[in-house]
Design a protein around this ligand. Structure first.
Ligand SMILES: [Cu+2]
Length: 129
């Protein structure tokens, strides 16, 4: 019966791992961690952000490029300052309308090539406009 103990230990390990995963999932939902946006020279990640109308959108914007960039969502009056390479800023707002809205990094008010994405705002009821 020497094999019994390792199998039991494995069972306990799997059980506790499942518990940790369950706790982490619950924690993620409860705390609504900020959305990470990364600015690169010529691109923004992610290309699409899905959020809910009436719920606070919390975004951490990091400039991972070598040039100065910013992050704007004009429809929701989000305009960060110019971010130096490596600089991070946190913005939050509450979308008051549903639909698809553009976000981008601009230079003199004009979106830079490739540096844009789409924010999709859905109603809390789950219907898309
Ligand atoms: Cu830029």
């Amino acid at each position: 019966m020497r094999n019994v103990r390792p199998i039991r230990a494995l069972g306990a390990a799997v059980t506790s791992l499942a518990l940790i995963v369950a706790i982490q999932a619950a924690w993620t939902v409860a705390s609504a961690r900020p959305i990470q946006v990364t600015l690169r020279d010529g691109g923004i990640e992610p290309r699409e952000i899905d959020v809910l109308q009436g719920a606070t959108v919390d975004i951490v914007v990091r400039n991972a490029g070598t040039q100065i960039h910013n992050f704007v969502v004009p429809d929701f009056y989000v305009f960060t300052q110019n971010l130096q390479p490596g600089e991070t800023v946190r913005v939050s707002f509450v979308p008051d309308k549903t639909g698809k809205f553009r976000y981008y990094s601009d230079r003199d008010g004009i979106p830079e090539a490739g540096m844009q994405g789409t924010m999709r705002v859905e109603s809390q009821a789950g219907t898309t406009s």
